[in-house]
Design a protein around this ligand. Structure first.
Ligand code: PEP
Length: 339
């Protein structure tokens, strides 16, 4: 079972999944969604049943089962010279990076194609965002093109065309500085999935939210917005193509890394939430990364956690040697969890 789940979560190739192709074909034939919307919350109104199920789930979903996955978020950094230097440094390190780890790098849109063409193919490229219209509420229109009169934006269609396999969505910097609401993130996820992209969805709380005890309310609301949108279209492939990155905002770029206990608690609760609100299979197969001041020197302690499936790395991903060392924490993880 573990091995099957691990295989299911292996890095997605650029070829769109069968379900994605089937869904799109059916959509364009008759103009309406072909698959029945299966809303888990609505299906599951019986409170007693839910409580019993929750108790059972808490025992089942206490660990991740997928391949370790490490992402490098280069943010708004780099110029032609420094991006080339980073690509060269990563390529030089490839022989030292364990093969048991999936890796993606997120350069700016400007550098995406250069990186894709020049970085060793063991590193997948990942866009840092993709566009979707805020008022895309009608399921029929949901599948419409988002290319057109949207100056300055990049669409999932374009990423698909460039064969970019991953997109990072809902990063806290986009949520707090650039107005990405939970609802918009959910729509972006669904639209990117529709175009065959695997997505990394970032969730996480501010320091104030942690201190006032609303961490899980915030995270579950963020997850709910994604589940609501993705549920009816790409639900079956969620486990293999949606990675969740738990990134407490207070730990991003601050040097203040969350403690292993804090990370484990949040990751296992995210997994339980997925089991209750999406499905148990999805909960087991979904990889949950931790992000927030991860460095070569602190990654090993975190990698030992059973519920961590990898890292999303900002600052330290700009150094090829450090990033390679963080990728190699995969071996620490497998050893600690006995895999
Ligand atoms: C991030 O921006 O996703 C991040 C985790 O940044 P840092 O590693 O620099 O905290």
């Amino acid at each position: 079972m573990m091995r099957a789940a691990a295989a299911a979560t292996t890095m997605k190739t650029t070829t769109p999944s069968y379900s994605y192709l089937t869904a799109r074909k059916t959509m364009t034939q008759n103009g309406t969604p072909a698959r029945t919307i299966k809303n888990h919350q609505m299906d599951n109104n019986n409170n007693d049943r839910r409580r019993r199920r929750r108790q059972r789930i808490l025992h089942i979903v206490s660990e991740g089962t997928g391949r370790f996955i490490v992402g490098g978020n280069w943010k708004c950094n780099g110029n032609r010279e420094s991006v080339k230097a980073l690509v060269d440094a990563l390529n030089k390190n490839i022989a030292n990076i364990e093969k048991n780890c999936d890796i993606y790098c997120c350069p700016t849109f400007l550098h995406l194609n250069y990186v894709k063409e020049n970085l060793d193919t063991r590193f997948k490229v990942c866009a840092q965002n993709s566009w979707v219209e805020a008022d895309l509420v009608d399921p029929e229109h949901h599948y419409d093109s988002t290319t057109g009169a949207f100056t300055g934006e990049i669409s999932a269609e374009m990423l698909e065309d460039l064969q970019v396999p991953f997109v990072l969505l809902g990063h806290s910097e986009r949520r707090t500085l650039l107005g990405d609401t939970d609802e918009i993130v959910g729509k972006k996820v669904a639209h990117a999935r529709y175009h065959g992209l695997s997505v990394v969805v970032c969730v996480g709380e501010t320091l104030e939210e942690r201190e006032n005890g609303t961490t899980f309310d915030v995270i579950f609301k963020q997850l709910k917005a994604v589940a609501k949108e993705i549920d009816d279209r790409e639900h079956s492939s969620w486990g293999s193509s949606v990675v969740i990155a738990y990134e407490p905002i207070w730990a991003i770029g601050t040097g203040k890394v969350a403690t292993p206990e804090q990370v484990q608690e949040v990751h296992s609760k995210i997994r339980s939430w997925l089991a209750e609100n999406v499905s148990e299979d999805v909960a087991k197969a979904t990889r949950i990364q931790y992000g927030g001041s991860v460095h070569a020197s602190n990654c090993a302690d975190l990698a030992k956690l059973s519920d961590i499936d990898g890292f999303l790395v900002g600052g330290a991903s700009l150094n090829g040697d450090d990033f390679a060392a963080i990728c190699n924490a995969s071996s620490v993880h497998y050893k600690a969890v006995g895999r």
